[in-house]
Design a protein around this ligand. Structure first.
Ligand code: PMP
Length: 305
């Protein structure tokens, strides 16, 4: 990733892509305290636009707050850095990664007095779970890893540390021949994917796990609105692994994964084993929306030029 041309915004300055490096003494490299965002930009008929930029930046601020980190830049400055990162790198579609981390003044766990550093990278980003995932769906494994308990980790934060468990779960699933994992919480109720929220469709109703330990996903919130547009009720419930298997339809959602059907859980087919009609309807409305084809939701888009 480091060997390419382009520009990266770091601590308020534009650096050449290859020069945006950090020292080995960087606190976050050792202890993992920090937070980040993942944001997509899409090229639509009326130009390129970043999807729900301010909601992502608001969540970044919330994550930092939960971690006791004060971001030394305003929302407006980060907003501008994201827009400019797309422009400077000549991108019309891609992924933005704002990252908040602590500096290299000293080691030891106590972060008091360390510099708070902020970077923004923009890069091309394809289909997160592969080219076929959106059309054919993915196969998932209920993980042996649990999503963190809310007293063991601030689950509302998109914090770096949370991704240790997520990576272990995803790696386990792939090593066992699946495309992705679904994590339960420590009580055994469905939480989310390693980097995705999960929804169930049953009897024409859309169900999702209560957001107690799952990340409060922005795509998830987007789908609440889109489901309402299409006339499907959405309800939060405590869901078990049985509910996953017995669902009529099942899908992941997230910025990276977009709306991806799940067609198999623990080697059992979901429904008839193909992406279901409600999943497909939401998926197509989601893509219309991010590409600026739904005037009612044009306020979710930040044009980059
Ligand atoms: N859960 C986790 C653990 C994630 O990393 C993500 C991706 N940010 C999501 C859910 C989905 O969130 P969003 O829709 O905001 O991308």
């Amino acid at each position: 990733l480091s060997e390419r041309d382009g520009w990266i915004w770091l601590d308020g300055e534009w650096l050449r892509w290859r020069d945006a490096t950090v020292h080995l003494g960087t606190h976050t490299l050792h202890y993992g305290l920090g937070c980040f965002e993942g944001i997509r930009c899409y090229a639509g008929a009326d130009g390129a636009a970043i999807f729900r930029l301010d909601e992502h930046l608001a969540r970044l601020e919330g994550s930092a707050r939960l971690l006791g980190i004060e971001i030394p830049f305003s929302r407006a400055a980060l907003h501008e850095a994201c827009v400019e990162a797309m422009r400077r790198n000549g991108l019309t579609e891609g992924y933005l990664r704002p990252l908040v981390f602590l500096g290299d003044e000293r080691l030891g766990m106590d972060p008091a007095g360390l510099s708070v550093r902020v970077g923004v990278m923009a890069m091309p980003w394809g289909r997160y779970l592969g080219a076929d995932a959106l059309t054919h769906g993915v196969r998932v494994k209920v993980s042996t890893w649990a999503r963190q308990h809310p007293n063991a980790y601030p689950c509302r934060a998109k914090a770096i540390g949370g991704y240790t468990t997520a990576i272990l779960a995803a790696r386990e699933a792939r090593a066992d021949g699946y495309d992705e994992a679904v994590l339960l919480d420590t009580e055994g109720f469905v939480a989310e994917g390693p980097g995705e929220n999960v929804f169930i469709v049953r009897g024409g109703e859309i169900l999702e796990p209560e957001v107690t330990v799952a990340l409060d996903g922005i795509t998830r919130r987007t789908l609440h609105a889109l489901a309402a547009d299409l006339g499907y009720p959405v309800r939060a419930a405590r869901l078990t692994r049985d509910d996953l298997v017995l669902a009529d339809e099942l899908f992941f959602c997230g910025t990276a994964v977009e709306v991806t059907p799940i067609v198999e859980v623990d080697r059992r087919r979901v429904g008839d084993g193909t992406p279901g009609p409600i999943t497909r309807a939401l998926q197509s409305r989601y893509f219309a929306c991010v590409k600026g084809e739904v005037p009612a939701h044009a306020d979710w888009l930040t044009p980059i030029r």
